[in-house]
Design a protein around this ligand. Structure first.
Ligand SMILES: [Mn+2]
Length: 472
Protein backbone atom coordinates (compact mmCIF):
# COMPACT_ATOMS: atom_id res chain seq x y z
CA UNK A 1 0.00 0.00 0.00
CA UNK A 2 1.39 3.40 -0.96
CA UNK A 3 1.84 5.90 1.83
CA UNK A 4 3.18 8.66 -0.38
CA UNK A 5 1.86 10.09 -3.63
CA UNK A 6 3.40 8.22 -6.61
CA UNK A 7 5.44 10.43 -8.95
CA UNK A 8 3.07 10.25 -11.96
CA UNK A 9 0.17 11.18 -9.70
CA UNK A 10 2.14 14.15 -8.32
CA UNK A 11 2.69 15.22 -11.91
CA UNK A 12 -1.02 15.10 -12.60
CA UNK A 13 -1.64 17.29 -9.54
CA UNK A 14 0.97 19.74 -10.82
CA UNK A 15 -1.03 20.00 -14.05
CA UNK A 16 -4.19 20.47 -12.03
CA UNK A 17 -2.49 23.26 -10.10
CA UNK A 18 -1.70 25.06 -13.37
CA UNK A 19 -5.29 24.68 -14.54
CA UNK A 20 -6.47 26.33 -11.33
CA UNK A 21 -3.88 29.10 -11.51
CA UNK A 22 -4.78 30.06 -15.06
CA UNK A 23 -8.56 29.93 -14.61
CA UNK A 24 -10.49 33.20 -14.31
CA UNK A 25 -13.52 31.74 -12.63
CA UNK A 26 -14.15 28.29 -11.26
CA UNK A 27 -17.23 26.19 -10.57
CA UNK A 28 -17.03 23.21 -8.26
CA UNK A 29 -19.55 20.41 -8.34
CA UNK A 30 -19.07 18.11 -5.41
CA UNK A 31 -21.02 15.14 -4.12
CA UNK A 32 -23.71 15.82 -1.52
CA UNK A 33 -22.44 13.55 1.25
CA UNK A 34 -19.92 13.99 4.07
CA UNK A 35 -16.94 13.20 1.86
CA UNK A 36 -18.11 15.40 -0.99
CA UNK A 37 -19.07 18.35 1.19
CA UNK A 38 -15.71 18.22 2.95
CA UNK A 39 -13.95 18.00 -0.41
CA UNK A 40 -15.89 21.08 -1.51
CA UNK A 41 -14.85 22.89 1.67
CA UNK A 42 -11.18 22.10 1.06
CA UNK A 43 -11.25 23.38 -2.53
CA UNK A 44 -13.29 26.43 -1.64
CA UNK A 45 -10.96 27.37 1.24
CA UNK A 46 -7.99 26.93 -1.05
CA UNK A 47 -9.48 29.16 -3.76
CA UNK A 48 -10.56 31.77 -1.26
CA UNK A 49 -7.00 32.07 0.00
CA UNK A 50 -5.88 32.62 -3.58
CA UNK A 51 -8.62 35.21 -4.20
CA UNK A 52 -10.06 33.12 -7.03
CA UNK A 53 -13.62 33.74 -8.02
CA UNK A 54 -15.51 30.50 -7.48
CA UNK A 55 -18.79 28.85 -6.59
CA UNK A 56 -19.46 25.47 -4.94
CA UNK A 57 -22.56 23.41 -5.58
CA UNK A 58 -23.38 20.06 -4.03
CA UNK A 59 -25.26 17.66 -6.26
CA UNK A 60 -26.35 14.06 -6.53
CA UNK A 61 -24.95 11.83 -9.27
CA UNK A 62 -28.10 11.78 -11.39
CA UNK A 63 -27.86 15.55 -11.97
CA UNK A 64 -24.52 15.49 -13.77
CA UNK A 65 -25.80 14.64 -17.25
CA UNK A 66 -27.93 17.78 -17.43
CA UNK A 67 -25.23 20.26 -16.42
CA UNK A 68 -24.23 23.13 -18.71
CA UNK A 69 -20.68 24.26 -18.08
CA UNK A 70 -20.27 28.02 -18.21
CA UNK A 71 -17.07 28.67 -16.30
CA UNK A 72 -13.48 28.79 -17.35
CA UNK A 73 -12.79 25.76 -15.21
CA UNK A 74 -15.18 23.23 -13.73
CA UNK A 75 -13.94 20.95 -10.97
CA UNK A 76 -15.84 17.74 -10.33
CA UNK A 77 -15.03 16.50 -6.88
CA UNK A 78 -15.91 13.15 -5.28
CA UNK A 79 -17.88 12.47 -8.46
CA UNK A 80 -17.40 12.75 -12.21
CA UNK A 81 -15.35 9.59 -12.79
CA UNK A 82 -18.35 7.29 -13.03
CA UNK A 83 -20.23 9.65 -15.36
CA UNK A 84 -19.80 10.67 -18.99
CA UNK A 85 -18.37 14.04 -17.93
CA UNK A 86 -16.26 14.32 -21.11
CA UNK A 87 -19.48 14.96 -23.02
CA UNK A 88 -19.98 18.20 -21.09
CA UNK A 89 -16.73 19.68 -22.33
CA UNK A 90 -16.77 22.76 -24.59
CA UNK A 91 -13.91 24.73 -26.15
CA UNK A 92 -14.25 27.49 -23.56
CA UNK A 93 -14.56 25.36 -20.44
CA UNK A 94 -11.88 23.13 -18.99
CA UNK A 95 -12.67 20.18 -16.76
CA UNK A 96 -10.79 18.81 -13.78
CA UNK A 97 -12.00 15.65 -12.08
CA UNK A 98 -10.80 14.67 -8.61
CA UNK A 99 -12.64 11.47 -7.81
CA UNK A 100 -11.96 8.12 -6.15
CA UNK A 101 -14.83 6.06 -7.57
CA UNK A 102 -14.34 3.67 -10.52
CA UNK A 103 -13.84 5.57 -13.77
CA UNK A 104 -15.72 5.03 -17.01
CA UNK A 105 -12.68 6.21 -18.97
CA UNK A 106 -9.64 4.70 -17.33
CA UNK A 107 -6.13 6.06 -17.55
CA UNK A 108 -5.65 5.38 -21.26
CA UNK A 109 -8.80 7.07 -22.49
CA UNK A 110 -8.41 8.83 -25.81
CA UNK A 111 -9.14 12.48 -25.13
CA UNK A 112 -8.48 13.73 -28.68
CA UNK A 113 -12.14 14.45 -29.42
CA UNK A 114 -12.56 16.63 -26.39
CA UNK A 115 -12.55 20.35 -27.09
CA UNK A 116 -11.39 21.92 -23.84
CA UNK A 117 -8.71 20.69 -21.47
CA UNK A 118 -9.81 17.59 -19.61
CA UNK A 119 -7.85 16.19 -16.68
CA UNK A 120 -9.09 13.32 -14.58
CA UNK A 121 -7.11 12.34 -11.50
CA UNK A 122 -8.22 9.11 -9.91
CA UNK A 123 -6.24 6.97 -7.43
CA UNK A 124 -7.25 3.83 -9.31
CA UNK A 125 -5.11 5.03 -12.27
CA UNK A 126 -2.08 4.69 -9.97
CA UNK A 127 -2.87 1.38 -8.32
CA UNK A 128 -4.38 3.00 -5.25
CA UNK A 129 -7.63 1.69 -3.81
CA UNK A 130 -10.41 4.26 -3.71
CA UNK A 131 -12.48 2.69 -0.97
CA UNK A 132 -9.93 2.46 1.82
CA UNK A 133 -6.77 4.31 0.77
CA UNK A 134 -8.12 7.73 -0.21
CA UNK A 135 -11.43 9.58 -0.27
CA UNK A 136 -12.79 12.39 -2.41
CA UNK A 137 -11.79 14.87 0.29
CA UNK A 138 -8.35 13.26 0.33
CA UNK A 139 -8.02 13.92 -3.40
CA UNK A 140 -9.09 17.54 -2.88
CA UNK A 141 -6.51 17.85 -0.13
CA UNK A 142 -3.74 16.51 -2.41
CA UNK A 143 -4.46 19.46 -4.67
CA UNK A 144 -4.55 21.98 -1.80
CA UNK A 145 -1.25 20.57 -0.61
CA UNK A 146 0.33 21.51 -3.94
CA UNK A 147 -0.39 25.11 -3.01
CA UNK A 148 1.19 24.60 0.41
CA UNK A 149 -2.04 24.40 2.42
CA UNK A 150 -1.15 21.41 4.56
CA UNK A 151 -3.20 22.91 7.39
CA UNK A 152 -6.28 21.66 5.50
CA UNK A 153 -5.19 18.08 6.14
CA UNK A 154 -7.63 17.68 9.04
CA UNK A 155 -10.47 17.87 6.52
CA UNK A 156 -8.79 15.15 4.49
CA UNK A 157 -8.97 12.98 7.59
CA UNK A 158 -12.59 13.90 8.26
CA UNK A 159 -13.62 12.99 4.73
CA UNK A 160 -11.87 9.63 4.94
CA UNK A 161 -13.79 8.83 8.11
CA UNK A 162 -17.03 10.22 6.61
CA UNK A 163 -16.57 7.91 3.64
CA UNK A 164 -16.09 4.95 6.04
CA UNK A 165 -12.63 4.30 4.60
CA UNK A 166 -11.40 3.11 8.02
CA UNK A 167 -14.44 1.00 8.90
CA UNK A 168 -13.05 -2.45 8.18
CA UNK A 169 -9.47 -2.20 9.39
CA UNK A 170 -10.24 0.27 12.19
CA UNK A 171 -7.62 2.70 10.94
CA UNK A 172 -6.79 5.05 8.09
CA UNK A 173 -4.43 3.36 5.67
CA UNK A 174 -2.45 4.18 2.53
CA UNK A 175 -2.62 7.81 1.43
CA UNK A 176 -5.21 8.39 4.16
CA UNK A 177 -2.53 7.62 6.73
CA UNK A 178 -0.16 10.05 5.01
CA UNK A 179 -2.80 12.78 5.26
CA UNK A 180 -3.35 11.85 8.91
CA UNK A 181 0.38 12.15 9.62
CA UNK A 182 0.48 15.59 8.04
CA UNK A 183 -2.41 16.65 10.19
CA UNK A 184 -0.73 15.31 13.32
CA UNK A 185 2.37 17.29 12.38
CA UNK A 186 0.21 20.38 12.05
CA UNK A 187 -0.89 19.79 15.64
CA UNK A 188 -4.53 19.43 14.60
CA UNK A 189 -5.26 15.82 15.44
CA UNK A 190 -4.56 13.30 18.12
CA UNK A 191 -4.95 9.70 17.01
CA UNK A 192 -5.31 6.99 19.61
CA UNK A 193 -5.97 3.29 19.51
CA UNK A 194 -9.36 3.21 21.15
CA UNK A 195 -12.51 1.23 21.75
CA UNK A 196 -14.70 1.14 18.65
CA UNK A 197 -17.71 2.69 20.33
CA UNK A 198 -19.55 5.54 18.67
CA UNK A 199 -20.19 8.78 20.56
CA UNK A 200 -16.82 9.34 22.29
CA UNK A 201 -17.36 13.00 23.13
CA UNK A 202 -21.10 13.44 23.45
CA UNK A 203 -22.88 10.25 24.49
CA UNK A 204 -23.06 9.07 28.08
CA UNK A 205 -21.03 5.87 28.12
CA UNK A 206 -23.95 3.61 29.02
CA UNK A 207 -25.94 5.02 26.10
CA UNK A 208 -23.01 4.63 23.72
CA UNK A 209 -22.60 1.01 24.83
CA UNK A 210 -26.26 0.24 24.20
CA UNK A 211 -25.74 1.05 20.51
CA UNK A 212 -23.16 -1.69 20.14
CA UNK A 213 -24.74 -3.43 17.18
CA UNK A 214 -22.43 -5.44 14.94
CA UNK A 215 -23.40 -8.50 16.92
CA UNK A 216 -26.42 -8.63 19.16
CA UNK A 217 -25.20 -8.61 22.77
CA UNK A 218 -27.17 -8.38 26.02
CA UNK A 219 -26.27 -4.66 26.13
CA UNK A 220 -27.53 -4.00 22.60
CA UNK A 221 -30.50 -1.60 22.73
CA UNK A 222 -30.60 -2.16 26.46
CA UNK A 223 -29.45 0.72 28.67
CA UNK A 224 -30.14 -1.17 31.88
CA UNK A 225 -27.82 -3.98 30.86
CA UNK A 226 -25.20 -1.41 29.86
CA UNK A 227 -25.36 0.19 33.31
CA UNK A 228 -25.11 -3.22 34.95
CA UNK A 229 -22.05 -3.97 32.88
CA UNK A 230 -20.32 -0.78 33.97
CA UNK A 231 -21.19 -1.52 37.60
CA UNK A 232 -19.79 -5.00 37.30
CA UNK A 233 -16.50 -3.66 35.93
CA UNK A 234 -16.31 -0.97 38.60
CA UNK A 235 -16.39 1.82 36.03
CA UNK A 236 -17.92 5.00 37.47
CA UNK A 237 -20.86 6.29 35.44
CA UNK A 238 -20.51 9.91 36.49
CA UNK A 239 -17.88 12.55 37.19
CA UNK A 240 -19.65 14.46 39.94
CA UNK A 241 -22.89 15.34 38.13
CA UNK A 242 -21.97 14.72 34.52
CA UNK A 243 -22.35 11.37 32.84
CA UNK A 244 -18.94 10.15 31.78
CA UNK A 245 -18.20 9.71 28.11
CA UNK A 246 -15.85 7.22 26.48
CA UNK A 247 -13.24 10.00 26.19
CA UNK A 248 -13.22 10.34 30.01
CA UNK A 249 -12.11 6.76 30.64
CA UNK A 250 -8.59 5.90 31.72
CA UNK A 251 -6.71 3.37 29.62
CA UNK A 252 -7.08 0.94 32.50
CA UNK A 253 -10.86 1.29 32.37
CA UNK A 254 -10.88 0.98 28.60
CA UNK A 255 -8.81 -2.19 28.96
CA UNK A 256 -11.38 -3.74 31.28
CA UNK A 257 -14.20 -2.84 28.96
CA UNK A 258 -12.29 -4.24 25.99
CA UNK A 259 -11.75 -7.62 27.67
CA UNK A 260 -15.36 -7.83 28.75
CA UNK A 261 -16.69 -7.01 25.27
CA UNK A 262 -14.39 -9.61 23.72
CA UNK A 263 -15.66 -12.17 26.22
CA UNK A 264 -19.30 -11.34 25.51
CA UNK A 265 -18.75 -11.46 21.76
CA UNK A 266 -16.95 -14.79 21.96
CA UNK A 267 -20.07 -16.28 23.50
CA UNK A 268 -22.27 -15.05 20.67
CA UNK A 269 -20.41 -15.63 17.43
CA UNK A 270 -19.89 -18.85 15.46
CA UNK A 271 -16.41 -20.35 15.69
CA UNK A 272 -15.21 -19.16 12.31
CA UNK A 273 -15.76 -15.52 13.29
CA UNK A 274 -13.88 -15.66 16.60
CA UNK A 275 -10.57 -14.53 15.19
CA UNK A 276 -12.15 -11.32 13.92
CA UNK A 277 -13.57 -10.20 17.25
CA UNK A 278 -10.81 -7.75 18.28
CA UNK A 279 -11.42 -5.83 15.05
CA UNK A 280 -15.01 -5.23 16.14
CA UNK A 281 -13.94 -3.76 19.44
CA UNK A 282 -10.82 -1.74 18.63
CA UNK A 283 -10.35 1.16 16.24
CA UNK A 284 -8.20 4.26 16.02
CA UNK A 285 -10.02 7.42 17.00
CA UNK A 286 -9.21 10.87 15.68
CA UNK A 287 -9.64 13.84 17.92
CA UNK A 288 -9.61 17.37 16.53
CA UNK A 289 -7.55 19.32 19.03
CA UNK A 290 -8.81 22.74 17.91
CA UNK A 291 -12.45 21.88 18.62
CA UNK A 292 -14.21 22.14 21.98
CA UNK A 293 -14.14 18.93 24.02
CA UNK A 294 -17.51 17.23 24.53
CA UNK A 295 -18.90 18.59 21.28
CA UNK A 296 -19.61 16.53 18.15
CA UNK A 297 -16.88 18.43 16.29
CA UNK A 298 -14.15 17.08 18.55
CA UNK A 299 -14.37 13.49 17.29
CA UNK A 300 -13.98 12.71 13.57
CA UNK A 301 -16.69 10.12 13.54
CA UNK A 302 -19.23 12.29 15.37
CA UNK A 303 -18.29 15.27 13.20
CA UNK A 304 -19.02 13.24 10.08
CA UNK A 305 -22.45 12.29 11.44
CA UNK A 306 -23.20 15.98 11.97
CA UNK A 307 -22.18 16.78 8.41
CA UNK A 308 -24.41 13.97 7.20
CA UNK A 309 -27.33 15.29 9.25
CA UNK A 310 -26.99 18.55 7.32
CA UNK A 311 -26.68 16.95 3.89
CA UNK A 312 -29.55 14.52 4.41
CA UNK A 313 -31.77 17.47 5.27
CA UNK A 314 -30.59 19.26 2.14
CA UNK A 315 -28.60 21.82 4.14
CA UNK A 316 -25.10 21.12 2.86
CA UNK A 317 -24.55 24.89 3.08
CA UNK A 318 -24.62 24.70 6.88
CA UNK A 319 -21.96 21.99 6.95
CA UNK A 320 -19.87 23.90 4.42
CA UNK A 321 -19.90 26.99 6.62
CA UNK A 322 -18.84 24.98 9.66
CA UNK A 323 -16.03 23.32 7.76
CA UNK A 324 -14.85 26.72 6.59
CA UNK A 325 -14.68 27.96 10.14
CA UNK A 326 -18.07 29.34 11.20
CA UNK A 327 -18.50 28.33 14.82
CA UNK A 328 -21.41 30.63 15.62
CA UNK A 329 -24.53 30.73 13.43
CA UNK A 330 -23.84 27.56 11.50
CA UNK A 331 -23.06 25.65 14.67
CA UNK A 332 -26.50 26.43 16.10
CA UNK A 333 -28.12 25.40 12.84
CA UNK A 334 -26.15 22.17 12.76
CA UNK A 335 -27.25 21.45 16.29
CA UNK A 336 -30.90 21.81 15.37
CA UNK A 337 -30.49 19.74 12.21
CA UNK A 338 -28.75 17.00 14.20
CA UNK A 339 -31.52 16.90 16.80
CA UNK A 340 -34.23 16.76 14.12
CA UNK A 341 -32.27 14.09 12.32
CA UNK A 342 -31.99 11.91 15.43
CA UNK A 343 -35.67 12.38 16.22
CA UNK A 344 -36.68 11.42 12.70
CA UNK A 345 -34.52 8.28 12.80
CA UNK A 346 -35.81 7.26 16.23
CA UNK A 347 -39.45 7.62 15.14
CA UNK A 348 -38.96 5.54 12.02
CA UNK A 349 -37.06 2.85 13.89
CA UNK A 350 -39.72 2.65 16.54
CA UNK A 351 -42.39 2.01 13.90
CA UNK A 352 -40.35 -0.67 12.16
CA UNK A 353 -39.57 -2.36 15.44
CA UNK A 354 -43.02 -2.12 17.07
CA UNK A 355 -44.85 -3.32 14.00
CA UNK A 356 -42.48 -6.21 13.35
CA UNK A 357 -41.72 -4.96 9.91
CA UNK A 358 -38.48 -6.89 9.47
CA UNK A 359 -39.21 -9.81 7.19
CA UNK A 360 -36.83 -12.72 7.20
CA UNK A 361 -35.83 -14.79 4.20
CA UNK A 362 -33.40 -17.69 4.26
CA UNK A 363 -30.24 -15.63 3.70
CA UNK A 364 -31.35 -12.08 4.24
CA UNK A 365 -33.86 -9.85 5.98
CA UNK A 366 -35.60 -6.76 4.71
CA UNK A 367 -38.06 -4.04 5.58
CA UNK A 368 -40.34 -1.81 3.62
CA UNK A 369 -39.48 1.78 4.43
CA UNK A 370 -42.66 3.23 2.94
CA UNK A 371 -42.38 6.93 3.41
CA UNK A 372 -38.85 6.95 4.78
CA UNK A 373 -36.81 9.65 3.03
CA UNK A 374 -34.47 7.95 0.56
CA UNK A 375 -31.54 10.00 1.93
CA UNK A 376 -31.70 8.16 5.26
CA UNK A 377 -32.78 4.65 4.32
CA UNK A 378 -29.17 3.46 4.70
CA UNK A 379 -28.76 5.02 8.12
CA UNK A 380 -31.99 3.40 9.25
CA UNK A 381 -31.01 0.01 7.85
CA UNK A 382 -27.76 0.27 9.82
CA UNK A 383 -29.57 1.06 13.04
CA UNK A 384 -32.32 -1.51 12.58
CA UNK A 385 -29.76 -4.28 12.06
CA UNK A 386 -29.31 -4.48 15.81
CA UNK A 387 -33.00 -5.42 16.19
CA UNK A 388 -32.83 -8.16 13.60
CA UNK A 389 -30.54 -11.12 13.03
CA UNK A 390 -26.96 -9.84 12.75
CA UNK A 391 -25.89 -13.00 10.93
CA UNK A 392 -27.76 -11.90 7.83
CA UNK A 393 -27.59 -8.63 5.91
CA UNK A 394 -30.52 -6.28 6.23
CA UNK A 395 -32.03 -4.54 3.24
CA UNK A 396 -34.29 -1.49 3.35
CA UNK A 397 -36.51 -0.34 0.49
CA UNK A 398 -38.04 3.04 -0.12
CA UNK A 399 -39.34 5.18 -2.96
CA UNK A 400 -36.68 7.47 -4.46
CA UNK A 401 -38.80 10.63 -4.17
CA UNK A 402 -42.35 11.90 -4.47
CA UNK A 403 -41.84 12.44 -8.20
CA UNK A 404 -39.96 9.24 -8.89
CA UNK A 405 -41.41 5.94 -7.72
CA UNK A 406 -38.40 3.86 -8.60
CA UNK A 407 -36.88 2.12 -5.60
CA UNK A 408 -33.89 3.01 -3.54
CA UNK A 409 -32.32 0.04 -1.77
CA UNK A 410 -29.83 0.13 1.08
CA UNK A 411 -27.99 -2.78 2.62
CA UNK A 412 -26.10 -2.97 5.89
CA UNK A 413 -24.51 -5.92 7.65
CA UNK A 414 -22.19 -6.84 10.48
CA UNK A 415 -18.53 -6.30 9.68
CA UNK A 416 -18.01 -9.97 10.54
CA UNK A 417 -19.56 -10.90 7.22
CA UNK A 418 -17.03 -8.74 5.41
CA UNK A 419 -14.12 -10.17 7.42
CA UNK A 420 -15.44 -13.54 6.32
CA UNK A 421 -14.92 -12.49 2.71
CA UNK A 422 -18.31 -11.31 1.49
CA UNK A 423 -18.41 -8.06 -0.48
CA UNK A 424 -22.01 -6.90 -0.62
CA UNK A 425 -21.09 -3.87 -2.74
CA UNK A 426 -20.18 -6.25 -5.56
CA UNK A 427 -23.14 -8.56 -4.99
CA UNK A 428 -25.67 -5.74 -4.97
CA UNK A 429 -24.23 -4.31 -8.18
CA UNK A 430 -24.62 -7.65 -9.98
CA UNK A 431 -28.08 -8.35 -8.70
CA UNK A 432 -29.34 -4.80 -9.35
CA UNK A 433 -28.03 -4.89 -12.92
CA UNK A 434 -29.80 -8.20 -13.54
CA UNK A 435 -33.15 -6.60 -12.72
CA UNK A 436 -32.53 -3.45 -14.73
CA UNK A 437 -31.14 -1.27 -11.95
CA UNK A 438 -27.73 -0.12 -10.78
CA UNK A 439 -25.85 -0.41 -7.54
CA UNK A 440 -22.56 -0.64 -5.68
CA UNK A 441 -20.69 0.51 -2.61
CA UNK A 442 -18.70 -0.86 0.30
CA UNK A 443 -18.69 -4.45 1.52
CA UNK A 444 -20.81 -3.72 4.60
CA UNK A 445 -22.72 -0.66 3.42
CA UNK A 446 -24.03 -0.39 -0.10
CA UNK A 447 -27.09 0.37 -2.13
CA UNK A 448 -28.92 0.24 -5.42
CA UNK A 449 -31.63 1.84 -7.52
CA UNK A 450 -34.29 -0.44 -9.00
CA UNK A 451 -37.23 -0.04 -11.39
CA UNK A 452 -40.44 0.30 -9.40
CA UNK A 453 -41.77 -3.19 -10.16
CA UNK A 454 -38.62 -5.29 -9.71
CA UNK A 455 -38.37 -5.52 -5.94
CA UNK A 456 -39.55 -9.14 -5.67
CA UNK A 457 -37.16 -10.30 -8.39
CA UNK A 458 -34.33 -8.47 -6.70
CA UNK A 459 -35.02 -10.13 -3.35
CA UNK A 460 -35.31 -13.56 -4.84
CA UNK A 461 -32.08 -13.27 -6.80
CA UNK A 462 -30.21 -11.73 -3.90
CA UNK A 463 -31.32 -14.50 -1.58
CA UNK A 464 -30.17 -17.11 -4.12
CA UNK A 465 -26.79 -15.46 -4.52
CA UNK A 466 -26.09 -15.92 -0.82
CA UNK A 467 -26.73 -19.65 -0.71
CA UNK A 468 -24.00 -21.32 1.36
CA UNK A 469 -22.18 -18.05 1.89
CA UNK A 470 -23.27 -17.16 5.41
CA UNK A 471 -22.35 -18.79 8.69
CA UNK A 472 -25.26 -19.95 10.80
MN1 LIG B 1 -16.47 9.77 -1.60
Amino acid sequence: MKTSVPEPMEKAFSKAKKMVETAEDIKIYSHIDCDGITAGAIISTMLERMDKEHEVEFISLDKIDQLKLENDLTIFSDLGSGQATEKLSTSSSNILILDHHPSLRGRDFNYSNIQGKFLEINPLFYGINGSHEISGGGMAYLLARKFGYSDLSWMGVLSGVGDMQNSLSGKLEGLNSMILQESIQEGQIKSINDLAIYGRQTRPLFVALSYFGDVHLPITNNKTESILLLNKLGIEKKNKKEHRKLCDLSSDEKGKLFSELVKMLSREVPQRYIKHIPKLVLADSYEFLNEEPYTPLRDASEFSTAVNACSRNKRADVALNILKGDRITALDEMDILSKDHRRYLAQKIEVIENEDMIISMENLQYFEGNGIKSEVIGTIAGMILSYGDWKKPIIGFTQISDENNDIKVSLRCSRLLAYDGIHFGHIIRNVAEKVGGSGGGHSVACGAYLPADRKEDFLKLFNQCLNNKLST
